[in-house]
Design a protein around this ligand. Structure first.
Ligand code: GDP
Ligand code: IMO
Ligand code: MG
Length: 429
């Protein structure tokens, strides 16, 4: 039984958590493979509203193992807080497993994140990171000085590894930031305690996942962030430091690429973005405000207001190709009720030339004027809709137009945040 992967197809917050929660009900394992606590995933089941950061969104299925795999970066302080909060809500977490190869976020990564944003601001290029130390933790991984979960189980060597890292950071951080850090000894004691607490969960997760696949069980891979935040393929440098795209699911878990045969893209019926960077279809007007307020578009982690724009067909087609989407899920269709017309970009005009591909240059993207296809809107409340045929004709036409421009089949759409408000048009998995 091959694995399925769920991938954000815009700039994050597409409603991946909700879809993963739903699909994980029939899986034997859910695996979060990239990013860290920069993510925020909301799940709504009846009157329970759960916000997750690093714990996989399959956690509500107690019969399926929930794995945080090697491609992630883990802040043990926030992970333990998240586990505690879930337990207080009556949600058990003993089915959680953590990769011994995942890299660990330390307080110096968070300070380094701050430092880089201060320096970038002087240059007018602030990224607007979540300030969780994600970029610096991945930098250390690539620089081969990172500290992994397995190191938290080895008291003989942890302190000297931290000491070496602190020497490196002293060269990078302004003195007043560096002085905020505890000593190597204090950090080692604190992180060895984390190691002791998490030890029952820490294991070789690549082996676990491959065993599950070998037994023909259903494994669901959970992407965080979004394809346009991908370090290779997104709107660089306004991206995160990992590969949320489909390829990242293989390196981030330790399974072969042939093991994945369902590649499910998740998008909204419009686009949202938190943080800086180009956003061709952005609506800095009453349309953007109306969508933001209707959908409560404020960050789950940082509570920042999200930037809003019309559905970008150029972007979605690019992302569908990058990932090889087999299915697309369109969330938040209910939010567009009440607009006289709704828009989908089908190309961009740059310096008088029409293009229908996604340019690498952020200068070009800043100048790109979307060419829109304008469709008639609908005024009906969609939140109780249970099938495609029940949708107003104009909403049906809107979904068909998305399929056309993205050349990807829509397998589900949703009309509200609740698990039961997702309507499957084709069985997704
Ligand atoms: P994720 O990061 O991709 O998991 O998405 P988030 O949970 O951060 O953000 C998606 C937001 O949209 C959450 O507040 C969801 O509850 C909400 N949401 C998801 N699907 C729908 C939908 O179909 N309609 C409405 N109105 N809200 C939705
Ligand atoms: P989920 O999984 C939306 C954005 C940040 C910033 C950029 C870099 O909830 O969809 P980082 O802290 O990763 O170095 O920030 O990436 N970002 C997200 N935006 N949803 C997310 O995750 C995000 N994770 C990172 O806002 O622009
Ligand atoms: Mg989110």
């Amino acid at each position: 039984m091959p694995a399925a992967v769920v991938i954000g197809s815009q700039w994050g917050d597409e409603g991946k958590g909700k879809i993963i929660d739903r699909l994980s009900q029939s899986a034997q394992m859910t695996v979060r493979y990239s990013g860290g606590d920069n993510a925020g995933h909301s799940i709504v089941v009846g009157n329970q509203n759960i916000a997750l950061r690093l714990v996989p969104s399959g956690i509500l299925n107690h019969d399926a193992l929930c794995v945080i795999s090697n491609g992630t970066v883990i802040n043990p302080t926030t992970l333990l807080e998240e586990i505690k909060t879930l337990n207080q809500l009556g949600i058990p977490t003993d089915h959680l497993r953590i990769s011994d190869r995942a890299h660990v976020i330390f307080p110096y990564h968070i300070l380094q994140d701050q430092q880089q944003e201060i320096d970038r601001a002087k240059n007018g290029e602030k990224i607007g990171t979540t300030n969780k130390g994600i970029g610096p933790a991945y930098m250390d991984k690539m620089q081969r000085i990172g500290i992994r979960m397995v190191d938290l189980l080895e008291p003989e060597t942890l302190e000297s590894k931290i000491e070496f890292n602190l020497q490196q950071k002293k060269r990078l951080l302004d003195a007043e930031l560096f002085e905020q850090l505890p000593s190597a000894h204090e950090l080692a004691n604190q992180y060895l305690e984390f190691g002791k607490t998490l030890k029952p969960l820490i294991t070789d997760t690549s082996y676990l996942i491959n065993e599950e696949l070998h037994q023909e069980n259903k494994v669901l891979l959970e992407g965080a962030q979004g394809s346009m935040l991908d370090i290779d393929h997104g709107t660089y440098p306004f991206v995160t430091s990992s590969n949320p795209t489909a390829g990242g699911a293989s390196t981030g878990t330790g399974i072969g690429p042939k093991s994945v045969d369902h590649i499910i893209g998740v998008c909204k019926a419009y686009v949202s973005r938190v943080g800086a960077g180009p956003f061709p279809t952005e609506q800095l007007n009453s349309i953007g405000d109306q969508i933001r307020e209707t959908a409560h578009e404020y960050g789950t982690v940082t509570h920042r207001p999200r930037r809003i724009g019309w559905f970008d067909g150029v972007l979605l087609k690019y992302v569908s190709q990058l990932n090889g989407f087999t299915d697309l899920v369109v969330n938040c269709l209910d939010v567009l009720s009440g607009f006289e017309t709704v828009k989908i970009s089908t190309g961009y005009e740059v310096n008088g030339n029409k293009i229908n591909y996604y340019p690498a240059s952020d200068n070009l993207l800043e100048q790109a004027q979307p060419i829109y296809r304008e469709l008639p809107g609908w005024s009906e409340d969609l939140t109780q809709i249970k099938s495609f045929d029940e949708l107003p004709l104009n909403a049906q036409k809107f979904l068909h137009a998305i399929e056309e421009v993205t050349e990807t089949r829509i397998s589900a759409f949703s009309v509200g945040p609740d698990r039961e408000q997702t309507v499957e048009v084709n069985q997704i998995w």
